[in-house]
Design a protein around this ligand. Structure first.
Ligand code: NDP
Length: 372
């Protein structure tokens, strides 16, 4: 595993709960990797709500959203959410700890928490408005976590919660798709080799769907091993014509954002297209809340109306924290129907290298940080 330039004493962290201090990577303003700064003296976050849980993080993953948020992606919307959810009036979001998911151990819980107790091994994915998981401790709500699968390590577990909650949200919440429907369906996962794709293929195969996926040549073997029934190598064949030849789909999960112009011609009548690549946050970043929403409405309207005559459905989907879904995924992991797909593990001190890796956007599975 990569190991390197950040591995000097400045970045060593030690157990420091008694002092109320912890190690974390923070940013003080938006920008590139040069904005990531390591501190050994961040405050261990306090429990301030009855359903808060203080968790000691053993491992976390790095997702494209972390790299995006480092550069200010979504800051208008996310600051609005911070204002809505925070009881404290904070002048600024900085210093900001990034990172959305983790695997760790419960240290302490609020008085409204009954399902988790100190010592429990848990995993979870945090709402985007919250301080993140690229730190030794975090506060999660009991609605964001579940018990961790018992058959895998914290490093393996940390690779799943954010992609699992996002995939669940896209397929089940926005896509209105269920295990029962999946077992009689033909599904396309557009972009099978990244964090979301490798998880989605396994979930849909566990549910009995016929799964077709797209990926680059070097990932064909990996997605085939994950159970994909048919793989379209987008480097060597025309994707649109190849997909049309294979037959229609009942459900399409899009993680790439490049099939807007022909998606409805791939669907069966009543079929559902759900994409995770949406312009919403970028529009609001550029044009403010009202201007961005107006621009967004103009861009989605033609897609919705063009789907109507073909009687297909078109949806955008977003990550939603979901501890209950993670509980179901835990069972699938313990049954070895879902296996974590980890490409790289970085030491905590090497976090900027992990951001560089994920920022290259050619993930084969997940990038994980070993925090303990
Ligand atoms: P990763 O970086 O892990 O994976 C992206 C994958 O897409 C890579 O494996 C890449 O492989 C592949 N890819 C790129 N171009 C194509 C193509 N033309 N055809 C097929 N595959 C392609 O990202 P994630 O899986 O974590 O996320 C996927 C997308 O979903 C990202 O854009 C992310 O921002 C978005 N997302 C949106 C969320 C939301 O709330 N709306 C939440 C989470 C993710 P290669 O280029 O090497 O072939």
């Amino acid at each position: 595993y990569p190991y390197g330039q950040y591995g000097n004493k400045r970045y060593q962290h030690t157990e420091s709960k008694t002092s109320g201090k912890m190690a974390a990577w923070q940013i003080h303003k938006y920008g590139g990797n040069e904005q990531l700064s390591f501190s050994n003296t961040c405050r261990v976050p306090p429990i301030s709500n009855p359903d808060d849980i203080l968790i000691k993080i053993h491992a976390a993953s790095v997702n494209p959203i972390d790299v995006g948020m480092r550069g200010g992606y979504g800051s208008n919307v996310i600051n609005t959410l911070r204002g809505i959810f925070s009881q404290l009036q904070v002048a600024s979001e900085f210093p900001l700890i990034l990172g959305r998911d983790f695997s760790g151990v419960v240290i302490q819980s609020g008085r409204g928490v009954h399902r988790f107790k100190p010592g429990d091994q848990v995993w979870g994915a945090l709402g985007v408005e919250k301080p993140g998981s690229h730190s030794q401790y975090t506060i999660a709500s009991q609605r964001e976590i579940s018990k961790k699968p018992s058959n895998i390590s914290h490093q393996q577990a940390a690779s799943l919660p954010y992609v699992a909650a996002t995939t669940w949200s896209a397929i089940c919440t926005f896509g209105n798709f269920t295990q029962q429907k999946a077992s009689q369906s033909r599904v396309l996962v557009n972009g099978g080799s990244g964090g979301i794709g490798t998880f989605a293929i396994q979930l849909l195969k566990a549910w009995g769907a016929e799964v077709v996926t797209t990926c680059a040549t070097d990932a064909v073997a990996m997605v085939t091993d994950l159970g994909a029934d048919e793989v379209i190598d987008y480097k060597t064949v025309g994707v649109e014509s190849s997909l049309k030849e294979t037959g229609r789909f009942d459900f399409i999960l899009d993680t790439v954002g490049n099939m807007e112009s022909y998606q409805s011609s791939l669907l069966t009548r009543g079929g559902m297209f759900v994409t995770l690549v949406t312009p919403v946050l970028t529009n609001i970043d550029k044009d403010g809340l009202l201007g961005g929403l107006a621009k967004t409405a103009f861009s989605i309207l033609p897609k919705l109306t063009s789907s109507l005559p073909k009687q297909t459905n078109y949806r955008w989907a977003f990550f939603i924290p979901d501890g209950k879904a993670l509980g179901t995924v835990k069972d699938l992991v313990e049954a070895e129907m879902i296996i974590p797909q980890i490409e790289c593990v970085y030491q905590f001190r090497d976090l900027p290298l992990a951001y560089e890796k994920v920022g290259e956007k050619h993930g084969r599975g997940k990038t994980v940080l070993d925090i303990i």
